[in-house]
Write a protein that binds this ligand. Sequence first.
Ligand code: NAP
Length: 241
Amino acid sequence: MYALVTGGSRGIGRAVALRLAKQGYNILINYQSNNAAAEETLALIREAGSDGELLKFDVSNREETTAALEKWQAEHPEDYIEVLVNNAGIRRDNLLIWMEPEDFQSVISTNLFSFYNVTRPLLQPMIRHKYGRIINMASLSGEKGLPGQCNYSAAKGGLIAATKALAQEVGRKNITVNAVAPGFVKTDMVEGLDEAELKKQIPLNRFAEADEIAAVVAFLASKDASYITGECIGINGGLYT
Ligand code: NAP
């Protein structure tokens, strides 16, 4: 059984990879550049008694993504990727009035176009096997809209809408498609944010641990979540109620 976690080398993706490994999945760890972090995730997966492999490609690049996924499929003709976690993402915050076009473009490409690039090639095998789980990493920013994040809010809001649309397309094939929308999570991505100040707005009065997001993703990926599709589950400590 194979699960692909994009951006699986660090942060939330690593925590998801470890959870899914413990659920018996062989993990394909996608990442873009941080070889050392990806190797470390693989070592942790092996320590947990499972196995995996590194799949380095840029999710925002369609040709590169398609080539990597086709190569993997050709090398594993009997297998298919039954769980896909579209997690890779970046942020490039700025007020819109100051935002450079490349910051808008790169955030849309990495957080939203990636959904198309990675998901499309994996749908046919899921349909053929009449089973699949797709979980998209959205954000509170995509539900609420956050100032300084027009690019990121647009990408994550689009991802939530695509989740709902695809869920309706493939439900009959026994494929579920869901999203999770974290608030603030302690990873490299929130470096530089003032946690002491921001947590005052959060009813649970703290940022989340990556594993608290991974727990929900792992549930959505499990057989227990068989009747949940087209949902976006907020994991935000009460920040958006
Ligand atoms: P992170 O610690 O910065 O890790 C990002 C991961 O994505 C890394 O594995 C990175 O690979 C990978 N990645 C980035 N661009 C990529 C690309 N073009 N192709 C392939 N992989 C790429 O981020 P995180 O906080 O874990 O965030 C994970 C997801 O959760 C993102 O979608 C983010 O938007 C979302 N999220 C995060 C928070 C938060 O507070 N942290 C809140 C809401 C939503 P390398 O290691 O090679 O760089």
